[in-house]
Design a protein. Structure first.
Length: 627
């Protein structure tokens, strides 16, 4: 949809809204047509994925404001702009012009490392520098008192640059004291940085261990943000093994027996065999190291429209929200790394934005004021960490939080399947369970999956933290979530309208509920447990038969039990499943080592196989395929 088309549409709506009621009733677009138009526009390429700070998101903001104005909502901001403005740090990046790493050795040897080729500054180190500092090898950079493994024992690194290996000793040994073949806490970069700082290091050089990089081709540099973005004020570089091997070939480390260790592989082998550190200065070598981390900061806005209430509860507020930002051209947050096409975010969250806008239209033109104030907010910055919602709740609540009695959140409501709608947070207020059921229609009911807990990652969580009851409406993830394929054509528009219809009735019920029934109920977060490993990739779209198996991992419990790509999982331990989320819940509840029965359809043949679940292997944890 181009700008001309948008203006013509807006003009048509404006003209129609000023015609006599009898003509307007015959000519005005239907709710379905309005929502369909919203979705086509918000998920169009012209908006370029609605990334904060972009021209596209500003077009979306202007459109939402235009709709709020046309349908009688007043501005939620004092300046009448509808825009609650705040800033977002979009990205931090190493300033290549100011960052450098030079190693200087005996006999005036100098190695000037090249950023992006054999060295990469890491943002998790933040900005920092050290000039002509001694270079000290510290093994894996671990201090584990309980294991009697202390890389910093009897070594002074204060004001010096430390060189360390990634991960931890005996990495592939199931009997290793470092949690066997699994990673212990000492393998993580954040722990290594903290330990280095505690010991006074001025800079840090990390090299891949031999298991991460078994050969030269696999010795890849980490991306600048791969280990995190929170700067810790210590220059930190990831360096290729060949660089340090070259240094060691000129200045070997010495083993306790006097043997010269001239490569990282020699050092790793010795540490694995003895589980004794080999920390020591690298004779004659110094480092001049500097990282400068720069930020790109943009201005963006929450869009806020208000319908005032009438009656004794008019000063109480119900917030109806959904985020309108998305990922632009990919990058951070994309599930398709390396692809930089437009991520239109049709389901995530053009659908939720359309829900907010359409409900604003309906409540703005229904001819009566609600018992409580309704505040409609299109949040920005959700994809960056719920930043718009956090700005509203933590820095600039436009209406008092103490009299905000409920928050209703839309995020991804465009893929209604099997009529199933998940509503999170139904346990956060007494009124919610009853109100949710009462909003359902007897002749065309939605199948409600009511989840008492509110703990799901979207804007409503910032309201939960302020002890405000919430409901979060969601039709489930799909395998195109956060990819360029999340386009308008994949949406169930009629299903989206049904969710909006349902929510309209739900909000009416909440607007009339008693204060007592809307009192906040605290729900404790359950300890997070990782699902046991089955080893199948499941289609997000189950049907009445069960769940389609898209792929089976080599060597997995599923493969060993004979499960094949193309099978349909119908039941586990006798319980039928048609929802991927319920299967993951089942795998979480059944611990590694448990034997389960999986019932399958293979073509027209039904069979049952026994599967022994295992712990998720490391490779699957990194790839996110741990089912």
């Amino acid at each position: 949809m181009n700008i001309r088309g948008l203006l013509l549409f807006s003009l048509a709506v404006l003209i129609l809204s000023n015609l006599p009621q009898s003509i307007y009733a015959q000519s005005a677009p239907s709710p379905r047509e309005r929502v369909d138009y919203d979705l086509k526009f918000l998920a169009s390429d012209e908006l370029e994925g609605r990334e904060p700070g972009s021209k596209g998101i500003e077009m979306a903001a202007d459109y939402i404001i235009d709709q709020f104005k046309q349908y009688g909502l007043k501005s939620g901001t004092e300046d009448g702009s509808y825009r609650q403005v705040f800033t977002i740090r979009m990205e931090s990046f190493p300033n290549k012009e100011e960052s450098h790493l030079t190693l200087s050795g005996p006999d005036d040897q100098t190695v000037q490392l090249v950023i992006g080729e054999n060295a990469q500054p890491q943002m998790t180190g933040g900005s920092g520098s050290a000039e002509s500092a001694d270079l000290v090898f510290v093994g894996y950079g671990i201090t584990a008192d309980e294991l009697n493994y202390l890389d910093y024992r009897d070594i002074d690194v204060n004001g010096k640059v430390v060189v360390m290996l990634r991960m931890e000793p005996q990495r592939n040994d199931p009997e290793s004291v470092f949690d066997g073949s699994d990673n212990s806490k000492y393998a993580y970069i954040a722990q290594k940085i903290t330990t280095a700082k505690e010991n006074g290091a001025a800079g840090m050089i990390l090299v891949n261990d031999r298991h991460t990089a078994p050969n030269k081709d696999q010795d890849q540099l980490a991306l600048p943000d791969e280990f995190g973005r929170d700067g810790k004020n210590m220059a930190f570089y990831h360096v290729k093994r060949a660089v340090i091997d070259d240094v060691l070939s000129k200045s070997p480390l010495l083993a306790p027996n006097g043997e010269k260790l001239t490569s990282l592989k020699d050092i790793e082998t010795r540490i694995d065999e003895t589980l004794e550190p080999l920390s020591q200065p690298i004779a004659g070598w110094k480092a001049s190291i500097n990282t400068t981390i720069s930020d790109r900061v943009v201005e963006t806005s929450n869009i806020v429209g208000v319908i005032e209430g009438e009656g004794p509860k008019a000063d109480e507020t119900i917030v109806i929200g959904g985020h309108y930002d998305h990922l632009g051209y990919g990058g951070r947050g994309s599930a398709a790394p390396g692809r930089h096409e437009i991520h239109n975010g049709a389901d995530d969250n053009a659908t939720g934005t359309a829900g907010v806008v359409e409900l604003a239209r309906r409540f703005g033109t229904n001819g009566k004021k609600p018992p409580r104030r309704l505040v409609f907010i299109a949040f920005s910055g959700e994809e960056r960490g719920l930043l718009g919602a956090a700005h509203y709740t933590d820095k600039e609540p436009l209406f008092p939080l103490e009299s905000t009695v409920a928050m209703v959140n839309f995020d991804m409501i465009g893929r209604l399947r099997n009529d199933k709608l998940t509503v999170y947070g139904t346990g956060t207020a007494k009124a919610f369970d009853i109100a949710c059921e009462a909003a359902n229609l007897e002749d065309e009911p939605i199948s409600l999956n009511k989840v008492p807990s509110p703990f799901a990652g979207s804007d409503h969580m910032k309201f939960v933290q302020k002890q405000i009851p919430v409901v979060f409406l969601h039709t489930g993830l799909t395998n195109i979530y956060h990819t360029p394929e999340d386009d308008y054509e994949t949406l169930n528009v009629d299903g989206t309208v049904r969710v909006i219809d349902y929510t309209e009735r739900l909000i009416q019920n909440l607007a009339e509920a008693s204060d007592e029934d809307l009192a906040f109920v605290e729900i404790a977060r359950s300890p997070r447990r990782r699902p046991s490993y089955l080893g199948v990739r499941m289609d997000y779209d189950g049907d009445e038969r069960g769940i389609f198996v898209e792929d089976v991992s080599e060597g997995s419990p599923a493969e060993q039990a004979g499960i094949q790509k193309g099978d349909v999982i119908t039941a586990m331990n006798g319980t039928n499943y048609t929802d991927r989320g319920e299967v993951i819940k089942f795998l979480t509840e059944n611990r590694p080592g448990t034997e389960i029965e999986v019932t399958l359809l293979r073509g027209d043949e039904e069979m049952t196989v026994k599967v022994s679940l295992t712990r998720t292997p490391r490779r699957s944890r990194r790839s996110g395929s741990g089912q």
